[in-house]
Design a protein around this ligand. Structure first.
Ligand code: ATP
Ligand code: LTN
Length: 335
């Protein structure tokens, strides 16, 4: 049966291939993309142009991009219905980013939390790209006239500045861009490090055991959960301010099993942290096992992956160029 794609709402999201994907990227982002995908027209990208705001080894970057495409598919994104593409293969992203950077204020960029965090961590390389990154991210989103941008909590500020830029541009030139809304999941929007539950689980985290990667083996996952930092109380209760470690584990458990916090509290009413950590570890292992196996299988078929990202770039390029042409006309570039 033909579906009327014209009327469908649009989703765009992306992840920087700056390292191996984590349980945080999965629960905060990709899992929700897969759940929303059947109701939207979807564009999911490997944000390699964003990744080079921090120095990357070229061979590693190339391998990480391929691994990321395989993981997107393994996590349930259907390449036949979603455009899975590599950002640098759709030149409209760089082109619109330049235009939008002329409608983005120095002051608003200076307030971005990610810029402050990353420049504190990379004092020797506080480059202009790191600073103007939100204009590129706004281009990513606005090129597709996206309605919804599913991301983890840390990216909310970037979606908000994207809305401000779009409104500013529309205010000057008339309706050009759709104003997108962030989609932040109720549970799993901010998974914390297992070793430091006050810090976000992040793929560039170097502390051993803090981060679970999507391709980690069962034994390593179980060990990391057994060693997860909790507190000196005993009850499994959701209370992020006083029990950040346990609450983080509850978020993870809830997100992978679908159980509510009350159901989890009841399940572990008369049990200790040891049993709870084991249950969380096992639930995560079962969630990640098929993803790891499918990713390994896909990585053995590089030709298939190339077909997917080529077709993805073609579909994305078509939609993106439509918006870019409109923008160029509006700002007064000769056609
Ligand atoms: P980096 O360390 O390179 O900055 P990262 O691990 O913070 O990377 P991103 O690539 O920035 O992850 O994020 C990919 C997507 O996953 C974004 O939508 C982000 O909000 C989400 N995400 C990342 N980490 C987490 C987390 N710990 N909890 C929930 N969502 C997350
Ligand atoms: N900035 C995001 C990655 C990203 C993105 C996007 C997310 C780049 N472009 C467009 C949503 C929409 C990050 O660092 N995780």
């Amino acid at each position: 049966m033909e579906t009327n794609t014209e009327a469908r709402k649009i989703i765009l999201s992306g992840i920087q291939p700056s390292g191996k994907l984590t349980l945080g990227s999965y629960l905060g982002a990709i899992k929700n993309w897969a759940e929303l995908a059947s109701d939207y027209d979807c564009y999911f990208m490997m944000a390699d142009m964003h990744a080079i705001t921090v120095r990357q080894d070229p061979a590693t970057l190339r391998a990480t991009v391929l691994e990321q495409i395989a993981q997107y598919i393994a996590c349930g994104l259907d390449p036949d219905s979603c455009a899975l593409f590599i950002q640098s293969q759709v030149p409209a992203h760089a082109e619109l980013a330049w235009v939008l950077s002329c409608y983005t204020m120095f002051g608003e960029l200076s307030r971005m939390t990610q810029f402050k965090d990353k420049s504190a961590k990379n004092e020797e390389n506080i480059n202009a790209g790191l600073f103007t990154y939100p204009a590129l991210m706004a281009a990513d989103i606005l090129l597709y006239q996206a309605d919804l941008v599913p991301v983890g909590d840390d990216q909310k500020q970037h979606v908000e500045i994207c809305r401000d830029i779009a409104q500013r541009f529309n205010g000057v030139y008339g309706d050009t861009f759709k104003i997108p809304a962030p989609f932040i999941p109720k549970v799993g929007a901010r998974i914390m490090s297992l070793q430091d539950p006050t810090a976000k689980m992040s793929k560039s985290d170097t502390a051993a055991g803090g981060c679970i990667y999507l391709l980690d083996k069962a034994d390593d996952i179980l060990r990391a959960f057994k060693r997860a930092v909790t507190d000196s109380y005993t009850a499994v209760r959701y209370a992020p301010a006083v029990k950040p470690g346990v609450s983080n584990l509850m978020q993870i458990y809830s997100s992978v099993t679908g159980k509510t916090f009350t159901e989890i509290e009841d399940e572990f009413e008369s049990k200790g942290y040891g049993d709870f950590k084991l249950a969380v570890g096992e639930a995560v292992i079962e969630t990640l096992r098929p993803i790891r196996e499918k990713t390994e299988e896909l990585l053995n078929n590089k030709d298939y992956l190339a077909e997917i990202y080529r077709a993805g770039a073609q579909k994305a390029g078509y939609a993106a160029n439509k918006t870019l042409r409109k923008v160029y006309k509006r700002v007064g570039f000769v056609q």
